[in-house]
Design a protein around this ligand. Structure first.
Ligand code: UT7
Length: 330
């Protein structure tokens, strides 16, 4: 039997503070109805001042390790997908490694924006082919509020903070990752970016005054890209796994916009009970989006052994990708 990558445990962590559409009405020229109609979002969670990526990542990781019944010392690798690390270096994965006491684990951050979690899953699957690697912790976490311009109504209504984690191990059974697919179109790099703070434009008083340390986005172009790429990636994942739309038991899409999710549901003829949606209460958590939605869904409606789960994401880069996972811990 071919070796597969299986899920040993999942966990998530959201900040306590709620930022509602009504709160945003007081900050920018927007209204609750517009946000709900155009995005499906009602509120999002954001950290208090001083709250950081590693706070959320460590808590999500501890919950996933507990769920997996794995000691941090058993971890061989930690991959933290994020676009909002604690600081440019060291990697937040190393900070998390120390906080967990996972001293046997190598650790690195992975930058693929909102696609980061499925990129990290794909990388973890390849590492687990090695006889030297047995347990990997994958975290998707973003503190998007740290790079949001709360005077820009085009972006500030969309995003929230949070972390989701998954512990992965090896399986020779039927369950585990059935297919993965990742890709990028770097010609779209200018559609979602943060202009300053890197080597191209290091921080100066001027970059701060010009508000260049905040996320900028062309929402319409990303919307068009997203609907097309979600369809394309889904088709590729299903074909690699030898499955059809009818075989999908749970769809966990990137939680960017309800209209993008609904267009995929219509195409696949998926009823609402087969789709994990949390963007009404969490907004778009970027790399945390899929793992938080999956862990929350499993908490409310425990996923049955053998269920086929489809995950698809897209984001800055532009990046895109997904995975099909057969749930179960056999
Ligand atoms: O993880 C990847 C991250 N990015 C995304 O997923 C973004 C994908 N894109 C989207 O979700 C949508 O494009 C948005 C929600 C960002 C925008 O929705 P839209 O239906 O594409 O609206 P629009 O940008 O075409 O704007 C329509 C109107 C404009 O007014 P005019 O020019 O028609 O007078 C905007 O200025 O809505 C206005 N508008 C707003 N009105 C109230 C834009 N933002 C707001 C707002 N409140 N927050």
């Amino acid at each position: 039997m071919q070796m597969k990558t299986k899920v040993l445990g999942v966990g998530y962590c959201l900040p306590d503070k709620i930022l509602s559409n009504h709160d945003l009405e007081k900050m920018v020229d927007t209204d609750n109805e517009w946000i709900i109609e155009r995005t499906g979002i009602r509120e999002r969670r954001i950290v208090e001042p001083g709250g950081k990526n590693s706070d959320l990542s460590v808590e999500a990781a501890r919950r996933a390790l507990q769920d997996a019944k794995i000691d941090p010392l058993q971890l061989d690798l930690i991959i933290l997908a994020t676009a909002s690390p604690d600081m440019p270096f060291p990697s937040t994965a190393c900070i998390v490694q120390a906080l967990l006491g996972a001293k046997n684990a190598a650790a690195f951050d992975l930058a693929a924006g909102c696609t980061g979690f499925v990129y990290a899953l794909t990388v973890a699957e390849k590492f687990l082919l090695s006889p030297e690697v047995n347990n990997i912790l994958v975290i998707g976490c973003d503190v998007v509020s740290s790079v949001i311009d709360y005077t820009d109504r085009n972006t500030c209504i969309l995003f929230g903070d949070g972390a989701g984690a998954m512990v992965l191990g090896k399986s020779e059974g039927e369950c585990g990752i059935l297919s993965t697919s990742i890709g990028a179109d770097g010609t779209g790099a200018g559609l979602l970016y943060m202009p300053a703070g890197g080597s191209a434009l290091p921080a100066t008083h001027e970059t701060v005054e010009k508000r260049l340390h905040y996320l900028r986005m062309n929402g319409n172009e990303i919307f068009k890209f997203a609907t097309k790429i979600v369809a394309q990636t889904t088709a590729e994942l299903l074909s690699k796994a030898g499955l059809t739309y009818d075989d999908i038991d749970l769809f966990v899409p990137h939680q960017a916009n309800l209209r993008i999710i609904q267009s995929a549901m219509r195409r696949m003829k998926l009823p609402p009970e087969k789709v994990a949606i949390n963007l009404d209460l969490c907004g778009n958590i970027s790399a945390g989006s899929i793992p938080v939605a999956l862990a929350q869904h499993n908490e409310k409606h425990p996923i049955k052994n053998g269920a086929n789960i489809l995950m698809v994401a897209f984001g800055t880069g532009l990046t895109y990708g997904g995975a099909i996972l057969r749930w179960g811990r056999d």
